[in-house]
Write a protein of this length. Structure first.
Length: 224
């Protein structure tokens, strides 16, 4: 494993962690709403949340480019107000990966919250607890295993993200080239077979470890 390969692996982990950090709170709020509220808005939010699962990832990346790219409304606003460029940066890669992982986070969080007995929340409400206090001291601790399982699953999805990332963030070595993009690049190059195999092994290893931890936490949650 050479220095370049290690830098690709480190960048992939950093992008995946940042993607989870960006989407964690929105995913938690969305999951809580879908688990605890029933309204006309619920159907719309649920379908919108699941949209990245059925849209081709390149379409998601293209939509991000239209909105947050240099010529997009959001991209121009961020550049004018803060001097930020999101597209074709590691932050852009994290946003693309986070959006693709978002449905998995929401679904796992939602299942964990739905398994929390609402009687505990109602008892806390009777004793004067506000919604935030109830979530912080009752709902979240009881759903914590499921939340961690969701984070692990979302991390694995973010590490493996390709389609939206290559469109919105590009395939820039040392900047946005994560493991899937590096594998794609090496497929068309002569003399990189060994590097390709090593990166594939790392990708498989990360996926297996993530799925194993997720399965373990999910089993603990179902038996708790």
């Amino acid at each position: 494993m050479d220095a370049l390969e290690w830098s690709i692996i480190v960048l992939s982990v950093q992008v995946a962690l940042l993607s989870i950090a960006i989407t964690l709170i929105p995913a938690m709020v969305t999951a809580w709403y879908l688990a605890r509220k029933r309204s006309v808005l619920t159907f719309f939010i649920e379908n919108l949340t699941q949209l990245p699962l059925v849209l081709p990832p390149v379409v998601t990346g293209l939509l991000l480019l239209f909105f947050l790219g240099p010529n997009g409304a959001g991209g121009r606003m961020l550049h004018e107000l803060f001097g930020l460029q999101i597209a074709f940066t590691s932050i852009g890669a994290a946003i693309a990966a986070g959006i693709m992982a978002f449905p998995l986070l929401v679904q796992t969080f939602r299942v964990a919250i739905e398994q929390v007995d609402t009687e505990w929340e109602e008892a806390a409400l009777v004793y004067g607890g506000g919604r935030w206090a109830i979530f912080r001291w009752v709902t979240f601790p009881l759903a914590a295993k499921g939340v961690i399982a969701g984070i692990i699953l979302g991390f694995a999805r973010a590490v493996g993200e390709f389609g939206a990332t290559i469109v919105f963030a590009g395939n820039i070595p040392g900047r946005t080239q994560t493991i899937p993009l590096a594998v794609f690049t090496r497929l068309g190059q002569v003399g990189t077979e060994s590097s390709l195999i090593r990166l594939v092994i790392v990708a498989i290893t990360l996926s297996i470890l993530s799925l194993s931890v997720h399965a373990y936490l999910s089993s603990r949650l179902s038996h708790s």
